[in-house]
Design a protein around this ligand. Structure first.
Ligand SMILES: Cc1cc2nc3c(=O)[nH]c(=O)nc-3n(C[C@H](O)[C@H](O)[C@H](O)COP(=O)(O)OP(=O)(O)OC[C@H]3O[C@@H](n4cnc5c(N)ncnc54)[C@H](O)[C@@H]3O)c2cc1C
Length: 387
């Protein structure tokens, strides 16, 4: 099992930190203020090969495991950056790698590894069905050599900075399938061709500088070769990638948590009020100490999830619990950090309010905390399914 200080992970940490040093707090602050996209950072991460960590060497990547990938995203956030701008490439690649045909993998994976193509987007969520994914209404109807797509998606990230998107659509109507999880399929959509030819994109302004969009499909035609894996099995394919995705999100939250604890501790040591550092007051110390303990505990669960996943075991329980613990811990740390800074916590130049907004997202997306609790209740504790 990996630990923090194994040599290979330490080397990765140092490499990512060195890259992140080029993109300091003022870089991220400016991007956030302008609601811009960190193009230079994403390019540097791609060129350095960090985003292709889990693509096998045979397809131009580094063939590393989930443990190594998780350290990469953790360090970006621990350095004050936002890996929400790049993580899609890692998450979405799993679907193609695990379920794509050899031809699709040979065509796309080397281009993703080199940065020639970007696969930053996945379209699952819909406005009228939300978390109840099996009820999605977007349809894909086979007509000869094409699939015709109609429907709507919401909250789809990074469309403006992606060439490709994984799309989940229903290929067999709900009443005609034995189980509601059947009859959905996934497609690899070439956004460069689709936008303006049946796909309309409408950005959604939101509290984080996280590029999200509403998508409208109006008779979008996709070549039949865009189908990934077997028709009808798309929901299972999406679920397959979730344990890795949840573990990576946990690592990102752990990175955020470490940033908040360090920032709060430094401020509490330096800020003098009533003639002594505020950090001398237990009312200030304890929430920071508590956040530190919770992040360390979440980290242990994250390593368990990585070890299980990388050795081919079922990581479902650990990945879900790691994501739950880490998202909660980073949010507690964010709160403690903001409170420690008093009024200055609200000042953009301290970066606390930006990271506070960024880490809050992970209690809602890509999966809400309640849905993790219901997974644990149903699958680990054998309680009746609640929905
Ligand atoms: C910034 C951002 C980026 C996103 N990026 C993407 C993306 O790239 N691709 C994509 O497909 N989606 C994306 N999403 C969507 C995200 O995955 C969903 O918002 C999330 O899964 C919750 O779905 P919902 O918003 O429809 O909430 P709803 O399903 O409407 O749920 C609302 C609330 O009710 C709770 N709830 C619902 N049902 C139950 C239940 N049975 N038991 C207990 N509680 C319940 C939920 O936990 C939640 O708190 C993004 C969202 C955001 C905000």
């Amino acid at each position: 099992m990996h630990t923090y200080d194994s040599d290979d992970l330490t080397a990765i940490r140092e490499g990512v930190r060195a890259l992140c040093a080029e993109f300091d707090a003022s870089y991220w602050r400016k991007i956030d203020e302008e609601k811009g996209f960190p193009e230079a950072f994403v390019k540097a991460m791609t060129d350095a090969g960090w985003l292709s960590a889990m693509i096998p060497e045979a397809y131009g990547g580094s063939g590393l495991g989930l443990a190594e990938a998780s350290v990469i995203l953790e360090e970006v956030n621990a350095c004050g950056g936002n890996s929400g701008t790049v993580h899609g490439q890692m998450y979405n690649m799993f679907t193609l790698l695990r379920h794509g045909s050899e031809e699709q993998k040979r065509h796309y994976l080397p281009k993703l590894a080199s940065g020639e193509l970007r696969l930053q987007s996945m379209g699952v969520t819909e406005p009228t069905t939300g978390t109840d994914t099996t009820k999605i209404k977007t349809t894909a109807v086979r007509q000869g050599d094409t699939y015709v797509i109609n429907g709507q998606k919401v909250w789809i990230s990074r469309i403006q900075h992606s060439d490709l998107m994984i799309l989940l659509a229903r290929t067999t109507p709900l009443p005609e399938v034995k189980k509601k999880s059947e009859g959905m399929s996934i497609f690899l959509v070439d956004l460069r061709e689709a936008i303006g030819n049946g796909l309309t994109v409408q950005p959604i302004a939101n509290m984080v500088n996280h590029e999200t969009n509403e998508l409208f499909f109006d008779n979008l035609e996709l070549p039949a070769s865009s189908l990934i894996g077997e028709e009808g099995k798309g929901f299972r394919y999406i679920l397959d990638g979730l344990n890795a995705e949840r573990t990576l999100i946990a690592a990102e939250c752990i990175g955020d948590g470490r940033w908040f604890v360090e920032k709060a501790s430094a401020y509490a040591r330096d800020r003098v009020v009533f003639g002594r550092p505020i950090g001398q007051n237990q009312g200030v110390q304890f929430p920071i100490a508590e956040a530190h303990i919770e992040i360390e505990a979440a980290d242990l669960m994250r390593w368990r999830a990585c070890a299980e996943y990388d050795s081919g075991q079922n990581a479902g329980a650990s990945a879900n619990m790691a994501k739950y613990l880490a998202a909660k811990a980073s949010w507690e740390a964010a709160n403690a950090c903001l409170q420690t800074h008093g009024g200055f916590g609200f000042a953009c130049e301290y970066d606390v309010e930006r990271k506070f907004r960024e880490t809050r997202l992970y209690q809602v997306a890509p999966i809400s905390t309640n849905l993790i609790l219901s997974y644990v209740a149903e699958h680990l504790l054998e309680l009746p399914r609640s929905f």
